[in-house]
Design a protein around this ligand. Structure first.
Ligand SMILES: [Ca+2]
Ligand SMILES: [Ca+2]
Ligand SMILES: [Ca+2]
Length: 545
């Protein structure tokens, strides 16, 4: 709509401008339909708009209709030339009432290898094909309407999707091949659209914006990033890029590029898993994934993809591996390609990325709670929330995660996929301390390392008893826990804990020091580890009982 990627002009956060914080287009920037309308076209939109910024409806569209049908053919016939969009339902087409004899048989479909191979997912995939059939039928009705109105011979028709399958969680909303490699078909009269052919060069949908202006004879503004698809001497893209930021209440930041053979992805928020809490959590296909993980029935590959530590970088050979199963980062054979792709992404980002920081507090407060799509559990929301009991976790976050926001108890379990670290930080040498869902996980490369948790305000009287650490390690580890009290320079030590070598987490514990309220509140915790170099530590929970 803007001719630019959303990160260039601040439109990268989903469903923004709905609350008190508003996003306006940069001065002088106009939406594509407005540019076309100003050059004498009748412009229309049938169906949803859903833009993330404030826009001038009147200046943009001559006609707006909330529903995609009926298409007002008589009006269009009388309003030539016209430019318009009809928002088909695509993969969201309801298919419950689709005649049984036209429904795809779930037994006949192939479930992509990055999903559980079970009956539920066969049904999800079959339903997607049903939705495609329904969409196809709707498109047929539009093309028939064009014919009957006598407009078929002088209209260019473009069909494209805005994401992959609606109910596959690695498609819609995700910057993957599934989410970004969308159908794109152009039909129209020569010379506007050359003879039927299939092209396999990389196309960005921003190219469609540029191409549309070229077709309409409108000067392409200097902020446009796409290229005309039917240039006399086409120069194929070396790469196309995409970005993901907050979607509904789920905060993430991902930047990715696709070249002919590879997809390279950079994840900026590595303290949360891929399958974060999100708007589809009540759906059976999401519950199924979580249940399989919780009961240990999910394959190691799917565990890694959906619930594993979020890699900072990903590189896939998408010709061989279109489902992005094998991350090639770290494979020395692909080191050269990895570096080439890092540079290409850096070049793309150097043109401007407004998503580098966080959203204003008023927008975070608006998105955090009370939205029909769910409640935010990411750490970004903590700055606009209150922590009544001083355990370092806000009241809404505790409620959303089944904790008691008033108990004042020291408790960390790392079970929230939107905030795996629960505010713990590690020494730089430990790297990313967020492990798979439920755990912290890190390697003590040189035999020493420590974790810290600040931002506490715990009443010592409510934390008498025993400090319990549930952990495992690949070799014996000594852990020394210390508490910093308000008004005291010297931290108070808890007797040292010893984690034995072993595969499964087990509990080790030590008595908490006897403290009174006069000693001051507990402001922070630190855990120092000592082990043989290269020992991996996994922590399931820390608490006072
Ligand atoms: Ca709390
Ligand atoms: Ca609490
Ligand atoms: Ca845990």
């Amino acid at each position: 709509m803007g001719g630019q990627n959303q990160i260039r002009f601040g439109a990268h956060e989903h469903r923004s401008s709905r609350g008190p914080a508003k996003i306006y287009l940069p001065s002088g920037m106009k939406l594509l339909p407005q540019l076309i309308k100003e050059s004498g076209y009748f412009t229309f939109n049938l169906g949803k708009d859903d833009y993330n910024f404030i826009w001038d409806h009147e200046a943009t569209y001559s006609l707006q209709q909330k529903r995609r049908s009926p298409v007002p053919w008589d009006q269009l016939k009388a309003s030539q030339p016209f430019f318009g969009q009809i928002q088909t339902a695509g993969g969201k087409f309801p298919t419950q009432n689709f005649p049984a004899d036209r429904k795809v048989d779930p037994a006949s479909v192939t479930v992509p290898p990055d999903y559980p191979q079970n009956q539920l997912y066969r049904e999800v995939v079959a339903q997607h094909y049903d939705a495609i059939r329904a969409d196809d039928e709707f498109i047929g009705s539009v093309l028939d309407g064009l014919k009957q109105a006598g407009l078929a011979d002088n209209t260019i028709v473009v069909y494209f999707g805005d994401h992959g399958a609606n109910n596959l969680v690695r498609h819609k909303q995700m910057p993957t091949e599934g989410g970004l490699h969308v159908p794109f078909i152009i039909a129209g009269p020569d010379p506007w659209v050359p003879a039927p052919s299939v092209r396999d060069d990389l196309v960005n949908l921003l190219d469609l914006s540029t191409t549309t202006l070229e077709w309409a004879g409108v000067t392409v503004p200097d902020w446009y990033e796409g290229q005309f698809l039917f240039d006399e001497v086409p120069v194929p893209h070396e790469y196309v890029a995409a970005a993901k930021d907050r979607l509904d209440h789920t905060i993430d930041r991902v930047r990715t590029i696709r070249t002919h053979r590879y997809r390279y992805t950079r994840n900026y928020k590595t303290d949360r898993i891929f399958l974060q809490p999100q708007y589809r959590d009540s759906k059976d296909y999401v519950k199924n994934l979580r249940e399989l993980y919780a009961t240990g029935k999910l394959s190691p590959k799917l565990t890694e993809i959906y619930f594993g530590e979020r890699p900072a970088e990903e590189l896939y050979d998408v010709i061989k591996d279109p489902n992005q199963l094998n991350n090639l980062v770290g494979d020395p054979k692909h080191a050269k390609e990895l570096n080439r792709h890092r540079e290409l992404l850096d070049d793309w980002l150097a043109k401007g990325d407004m998503g580098a920081g966080e959203e204003p507090h008023e927008e975070l407060a608006f998105q955090a709670d009370g939205q029909k799509w769910g409640r935010g559990v990411n750490p970004e929301y903590e700055v606009v929330r209150t922590d009544s009991d001083g355990d370092g976790l806000s009241d809404p976050w505790e409620k959303n995660n089944g904790r008691d926001p008033q108990d004042g108890k020291l408790l960390f379990t790392f079970d929230c996929g939107g905030w795996q670290t629960e505010g713990w930080q590690g020494d730089q040498e430990l790297g990313n301390i967020a492990g798979r869902l439920g755990f912290l996980n890190f390697v003590i490369a040189d035999g020493r390392g420590s974790l810290q948790r600040s931002g506490l305000n715990l009443d010592p009287r409510l934390n008498q008893g025993t400090f319990v650490l549930s952990a495992s390690a690949t070799d014996k580890v000594v852990a020394r826990v210390s508490l910093s009290l308000k008004g005291h320079d010297q931290p108070v030590q808890i007797p040292q804990l010893e984690i034995a070598a072993g595969k499964d987490c087990s509990e080790v514990s030590a008595p908490m020091p006897k403290l009174s309220v006069a000693d001051g509140v507990i402001e922070s915790l630190a855990v120092e580890f000592e082990s043989s170099p290269g020992t991996t530590v996994t922590i399931d929970a820390m608490e006072v009982r």
